[in-house]
Structures are given as structure tokens and as C-alpha cells.
Design a protein around this ligand. Sequence first.
Ligand code: GLV
Length: 326
Amino acid sequence: MNRVFVTRILPEPAMARLRAADLALDVWPEPGPPPYDELLRRVAGVHGLLTLLTDRIDARLLDAAGPGLRVVSQMAVGVDNIDLAACTARGIPVGHTPGVLSDAVADLTIGLMIATARRFFEANADMRAGRWTTWEPMGWTGPDLHGSTVGIVGLGRIGQAVARRLQGFNVRLLYHNRRLHPQAEELGATYVSLDDLLAASDFVTLHCPYTPDTHHLIDARALALMKPTAILINTARGGVVDQDALLEALRSGKIRAAGLDVFTPEPLPPDHPLLALPNVVALPHVGSASIATRIRMAEMAVENLLAGLAGRPLPHCANPDVYARA
Ligand code: GLV
């Protein structure tokens, strides 16, 4: 019987599918992730691993699992917590959940743009603290999203979903991507260099994967290219931005504000200086957190897991070159 370790309790439809499969199932019962040492112990001898982005899956862990490990399936689209090369080298396919969360993340991105520009949380905090004393002509004002120039960094599935939504906002759309995107014209998006995008955009929104190439893509130099009135939105991964440089840019007014769903580290400590800034809207990595989306992500993760255990190609594989080795 296949042994499987699941690193967190999943939504019930996914748990039911796991229970219905003929598996020796070990599910981490705590609300938080298993500590790395515990993970090392629990994976010994498993054939399948179902992970979250909070689990570090590296070569040491794969070795601790042993040669019987046939699949790692993650309930997320991003897999930067997993050493893909180490998995590929061992012939282990890695599953992930692209597509199903693009709309939810794009919805949240538009929400963050408006909440940050129009200062939702600052205004709400003032109201709760009794500082709403009158209707002021310029009270709690901010820039418009409609009619602005928006720069999308990474025009993949999520970037495109953001672009589609922005068509309703009459914006001028710029994008930067590793390569020109065939859909861009239809979306009304113009390709520009990253530097030109940073210099021209009122909103810069990040939708690239986190890889060694995109580590600190938005650093002090990039922030200095942005307009002092610009807003940075990050629903990708914290590591795409040099967070210390961002803190400095927000403090000194090099950019106007930031709407952030992802951080370094996660969870971000509540006393982190970013959270004390009025021009930061911060959310605890909830881009895909619609009920239906999270349920579907968990189901997809189970589908990938079961395919890998059965020796079938994963429906959604993050390291497809693993199959070229065979
Ligand atoms: C969430 O951040 C994901 O990668 O799915």
C-alpha cells in the first residue's frame, strides 16, 4: 500500500478523496506547518508527499524520504519552496496547481490596487479612532486607478487575468516579460523594458514566479526609477522585492505606497516596520483565498498526487523535464 504524508489538513472534499484512495495516510494534524525536523522524520519511507508552500522540500528531505518517493504534489502554483532540480535529478515529478487560482489572485490584485490608492485601511483606522470629524475637501484622497498607466511585470496566467480586469478601468497597459507574449495585443498591453515600465507606470504590479532570476528584481535601483507618485503591488512572492529597499523608499517618499500580499519572511512579524507605515496595505498571503479556489487547489493537488503514485504523468507538473529523463 502506498504511504503518503500530507503536511496539513486539507479542505474536506480533498480529504475525502484521499481517504477513498487506497493509501496509508499520515496527515499532520496541527494548524501550523510541521517543523523541518519533524518533516524529516515523517517522510521516511513515504511514496507520496502532499505539501504546502510553507514546507521546505530540499535534497536532504528527499534523501530522508528515500528512493520509494514517487511524487511531490503541492497545493499552490508557486513551487519556490521546493528544490525542483533535486526532484528532477531523482526522477520525482512535482505537481502544482496552475490556472485555478488565476482569477482569485487577479481579483485580489485589483482590490489591493484600489485599497492602496484610495487608502481604505488608513481611512478606516481613522474612522474607528474617532478622527472622522468632518467631510474634508481633500481628506483621505489618493490617485485614480481608472485612466492611469499600469505596468504588469510577468504576463503569465495571473498577469493576463489582471490585464483582462483592467480593460474595464480604461488604463494604459504596459507589460514586461521574459519574452513577448502572443496574447498581449488582444489585451491591449504594450511590451516595454523593465526600466521603461518602472519609469512610466502609476501602478507596478508583480506577477512573475520567484526564481534566482527574479530574486530582488525590484531593488533600490528599480525603486529609484519609479515615479514618486507610483504604487507597487506585490501578490507574487516576497523575494521578488528587496524589502529593506522598499521600506526605505516608502519611508522617504521615493514611491507613494505599496499593496503587499507577500513578504520576507512569512509570516511577517507583527512589529515589522513595514506594518507601521500608513502608506502600506498589507495582507497575510491571501491571494488565492476564495473558498471555491482553495477547495479546487486542494483537489488538484490530490489529483496530481494520485497520478504520480499510479505512475501516470501528472496533470499539472512543475518539472516536466523529469519525463524527458525516462
Ligand atoms: C500561492 O501563493 C500559490 O503559489 O499558489
